[in-house]
Design a protein around this ligand. Structure first.
Ligand SMILES: NC(=O)c1ccc[n+]([C@@H]2O[C@H](COP(=O)([O-])OP(=O)(O)OC[C@H]3O[C@@H](n4cnc5c(N)ncnc54)[C@H](O)[C@@H]3O)[C@@H](O)[C@H]2O)c1
Length: 290
């Protein structure tokens, strides 16, 4: 379970932050890593910094194996090129970690649709582009692991992050559906919900943490153990795992038992029974729609 010898791992946005640590940790366990990053700033605006190549050099300096890719995940061809880089270099792909992300925090009152669209493009369409390109290969070989990147911001909401939260909750919808579609083909799809001091998080400013020199409680290397688990042979399927500062926990969607008001149900009857309808004392798992 703790070895990834010769597995081919694609990691998007791995030129810095949390993703860089995934790349280093996979490579330290024998995996061959495609390090993707277009080298943008945190808003996804300026680019061109060859951060992916720098991480490849770090891996190689430790005796590991990696190759860089600088495509943007928002570009369909670019996303496909990340998959092709793995196939052309090593003839296979095994694990896909969609981690690339940008942030443009503003309340809905103060944001604009261009910023919201940019956030959705990178997180939602960028993830779909990569997963779509990788899926046929994982499907055909009857094995694969996909780790999508969600966030507590999506699961519980975050002030000033309406577009980002929309995108991060979308990862749960994608995971839930692909977990069903991949099950019979040995493909497991899970979500990581990280918490770490990187240039992306407001933690630096809010808590006075230096992203270049993070406190142990928020170190970005502490997300990798959970992602490696979700990418391992022992991975579950359709699970959201949280990681922050060495703490790991799981969230899942539950429902209460509900009330059956019959096929003549009216608004007035619902209002009359609202207490048991809203009560969450007894809970069950939510079952797939089909
Ligand atoms: N840091 C946290 O606490 C936290 C919390 C929840 C979720 N996340 C998520 O974790 C992931 C990594 O975030 P991070 O904190 O390491 O931030 P980061 O900004 O350090 O890393 C994100 C990386 O993605 C790259 N990137 C951006 N747009 C890209 C594109 N179109 N194509 C390819 N690469 C692109 C950036 O260049 C950057 O290197 C993101 O998806 C983020 O939303 C982070």
């Amino acid at each position: 379970m703790t070895h990834f010898t010769d597995k081919v791992v694609l990691i998007t946005g791995a030129g810095g932050g949390i993703g860089r640590h995934y790349a280093l940790e996979f490579a330290r366990r024998g995996a061959r890593v495609v390090v993707n990053d277009l080298g943008s700033d945190v808003r996804g605006e300026s680019g061109g910094e060859d951060s992916a190549a720098a991480v490849v050099r770090e891996i190689e300096a430790e005796g590991g194996t990696a190759v860089s890719n600088t495509a943007s995940v928002t570009d369909r061809e670019g996303a496909a090129s990340i998959v092709r880089t793995g196939l052309d270099t090593w003839g296979r792909i095994d694990i896909v970690v969609t981690n690339a992300g940008i942030l443009r925090n503003r309340t809905l009152k103060n944001t604009n649709l261009d910023d919201m669209t940019a956030v959705l493009n990178v997180h939602v369409l960028g993830t779909l582009n990569v997963v779509y390109a990788a899926w046929p290969y994982l499907y055909a070989q009857n094995s694969g692991r996909i780790v999508l990147t969600s966030s507590i911001s999506g699961i519980a909401g975050a002030f000033g992050q309406s577009a980002y939260a929309t995108a991060k909750m979308a990862m749960l919808g994608l995971m839930n559906s692909l977990a069903l579609e991949g099950q019979a083909h040995g493909i497991h799809v899970n979500c990581i919900a990280p918490g770490a001091a990187t240039r992306m998080t407001a933690l630096e400013t809010a808590l006075g943490i230096d992203a270049e020199n993070p406190e142990p409680d928020f170190h970005p290397k502490l997300i990798a153990p959970a992602v490696l688990y979700l990418a391992s042979g022992a991975a579950p399927n359709g699970v959201v795992l949280h990681a922050q500062g060495g703490k790991f926990w799981r969230t899942k969607t539950v429902r209460n038992r509900g009330v059956d008001l019959g096929t003549d149900a009216t608004f007035e009857e619902l209002a009359e029974h609202i207490e048991p309808i809203m009560d969450m004392t007894a809970m069950d798992d939510v079952q797939p729609a089909m």
